[in-house]
Design a protein around this ligand. Structure first.
Ligand code: GAP
Length: 443
C-alpha cells in the first residue's frame, strides 16, 4: 500500500463509517473544517478520557481545569502571541495568487511555477469582537493554546487546593489558529483541540522534570499500542525553540506524509508567570515552604493535539488482511480491514449477535444487550451473516463480539470473539458483566 493510498483509505473509512465528515458539506465544505460523526465523537471522547485518567485521575499532584476560550486580550499581549513570535511567513504567487508557508515551499510556486511576491509576516491569532460595537476596544481573540487559561488560574488553584510545588494543572479544550496552509485531513486545521498540562516546579529541578515528562508522554502513546518504529522524541535545536522555551522536544509520528509533530514537551522556564506578573501587576511568585524561598516557578509543559493523536491512532491501527478472517467463503476472497485500536479507545466496545434472526435467540440476545449497555457502548446487530457482522465490527475496531446460539439457551453460555486473536471462548451469561469489567478501564 502506498502512503497516498493509506491516507485516502483512512479518509474514505472515516467518511463511510462515520468517524469524520467534511464540515458544512452541503454548502461545498469549509476549508479545513471537519466534523466528528457518531463513531468519531466516541473515539475522541475515549481519547480524552484515557488522557485525563492518566494525567489527572491517577496523579494526586495534578488537577483539572476548564477555562474560557475568550479571555482578556492582554493575556495574548503578555504571552507574546500578538508579536512576531507567533507568526508565519506567507508567500503569494504573482501568477496564480496561491499562498504558501514560506518554510514549506521552494523559490517558485509549486502549482504553476510562477514567481513569488515578497514574503509577508502573518499573525496566527483569530481575531473577533465582543459586544455590539466592532471597534478596537472590542477586539479580542479566540485562544491559540489552552495553557494560557491555566496560567490565569495559577493563583486560584493554589489558593483553593493544598497543592505544593511540584504540581500540575491540566486542561482539554478547543484552540484556534489562522493557519496559512491547513492540510493533511485533520492534521493541521484552524480549529482543533488540545490536551495540555502545565507542571509547576522549582527552577533547580526543571531539567529533571523535563526529562521525566518526555518519557511519560512517549510511553503513553506506546502503551496505547502505537508501534515503536513509528514514534520517537525529537529534541529542538536552540534556533528552533519557541519564543517562550528554554528547552523543547516533539513527539513525532511517522505519518504517510512524513515524520511530523503530534505533541510538544517544553521547559518554559519562568516566561509565562513572569510575563503575566508584569502585565497584570499581580504577584505570581510562590513561597516554597520546603526551601523557604520565594520564586517564580518554572513550567514544564506537555501539549498534545487531540485531533492529531486521533489521526495517529487511526493510521497506526489500520490493517488490511488478505484471504479472509471471517467465516463466509465470499468474504474470504476479499481484503478485510481491521482497526486494531486499543480496546479502551475503541468507539464501540462490544457487539451482540444472535446467530440467526429467530426466537428464542433474539430475546436472549436483547436481554444481554440491555444489561451490558448500562456500562459500555454496545451494538446489537441481527442482520446479514455472522461473517459480515464480524467484518463490520472489525472495520471500526470493536474489540469483542458476543454470539448467542441455540446452545446458549440450554447451557446459558455465549461465545465471545476477540477482534485481534479471533479466539473464541464460551462464557457463562451470568459472568459476562464481570468478564468485560476485567477487560476495560472504568472511567
Ligand atoms: N502550548 C504550547 C503549544 O500550543 P504547539 O506546538 O503550538 O504548542 C501543541 O501545539 C500541539 O497542538 C501540537 O503538537 C499539535 O498536536 C496541536 N496543534 C497545533 N496546531 C495545530 C493545528 N493547526 N491543527 C491541529 N493540531 C494542532
Amino acid at each position: 500500500m502506498t502512503n497516498e493510498s493509506l491516507m485516502e483509505k483512512i479518509i474514505s473509512l472515516s467518511k463511510r463509517r462515520g468517524f469524520i465528515f467534511p464540515s458544512s458539506e452541503i454548502y461545498g465544505g469549509f476549508e479545513s473544517g471537519y466534523d466528528y460523526g457518531p463513531l468519531g465523537v466516541e473515539l475522541k471522547n475515549n481519547l480524552k478520557k484515557v488522557w485525563w485518567k492518566n494525567i489527572v485521575q491517577e496523579r494526586k499532584e495534578i488537577v483539572g481545569l476548564d477555562a474560557a476560550i475568550l479571555m482578556n486580550p492582554k493575556v495574548w499581549e503578555a504571552s507574546g502571541h500578538l508579536s512576531a513570535g507567533f507568526a508565519d511567513c506567507l508567500v503569494e504567487c504573482k501568477n496564480c495568487h496561491k499562498r504558501f508557508k514560506e518554510t514549506e515551499t521552494g523559490n517558485r510556486c509549486p502549482v504553476c511555477g510562477g514567481e513569488f511576491l515578497p514574503a509577508r509576516k502573518f499573525n496566527l491569532m483569530m481575531k473577533t469582537y465582543v459586544g455590539p460595537i466592532e471597534d478596537e476596544s472590542a477586539v479580542t481573540y479566540l485562544r491559540a493554546e489552552t495553557c494560557q487559561g491555566i496560567y490565569m488560574n495559577f493563583l486560584n488553584v493554589l489558593n483553593v487546593s493544598r497543592l505544593k510545588i511540584p504540581f500540575g494543572i491540566a486542561q482539554i479544550g478547543k484552540s484556534f489558529r489562522n493557519e496559512i496552509t491547513p492540510s493533511n485531513f485533520i492534521f493541521r486545521t484552524r480549529e482543533f483541540e488540545q490536551m495540555e498540562m502545565q507542571f509547576f516546579v522549582r527552577p533547580s529541578e526543571a531539567e529533571k522534570w523535563y526529562e521525566y515528562w518526555k518519557k511519560e508522554r512517549l510511553n503513553w502513546y506506546l502503551n496505547l499500542g502505537i508501534k515503536k518504529e513509528n514514534i520517537k522524541l525529537q529534541e529542538h535545536k536552540k534556533e528552533e525553540l519557541a519564543h517562550y522555551a528554554k528547552a523543547g522536544c516533539d513527539i513525532v509520528y511517522h505519518f504517510p506524509f512524513g515524520w511530523q509533530e503530534i505533541e510538544g514537551i517544553h521547559n518554559r522556564g519562568d516566561w509565562d508567570l513572569s510575563r503575566h506578573s508584569k502585565y497584570s501587576g499581580q504577584d505570581l511568585s510562590y513561597f516554597d515552604p520546603i526551601t523557604q524561598e520565594r520564586y517564580i516557578p518554572y513550567i514544564i509543559e506537555t501539549s498534545g493535539g487531540i485531533d492529531r493523536a486521533l489521526l495517529t491512532f487511526l493510521i497506526d491501527a489500520y490493517q488490511e488482511v488478505k484471504g479472509g478472517r471471517t467465516t463466509t467463503t465470499k468474504a474470504s476472497k476479499e481484503v478485510e480491514v481491521v482497526l486494531k485500536l486499543d480496546k479502551n479507545l475503541a468507539p464501540i466496545k462490544i457487539a451482540i449477535f444472535p446467530l440467526v434472526k429467530k426466537e428464542p435467540l433474539i430475546k436472549l440476545a436483547q436481554e444481554i444487550y440491555q444489561d451490558l449497555k448500562k456500562y459500555w457502548l454496545v451494538d446489537y446487530d441481527e442482520t446479514d451473516s455472522i461473517g459480515r457482522r464480524y467484518r463490520r465490527q472489525d472495520e471500526i475496531g470493536t474489540p469483542y463480539a458476543v454470539t448467542i446460539d441455540f446452545e446458549s439457551i440450554n447451557d446459558q453460555k455465549v461465545t465471545v470473539r476477540d477482534r485481534d486473536t479471533m479466539k473464541q471462548e464460551r462464557v457463562e451469561i451470568k459472568n459476562l458483566r464481570k468478564y468485560f469489567f476485567d477487560k476495560f478501564y472504568s472511567f
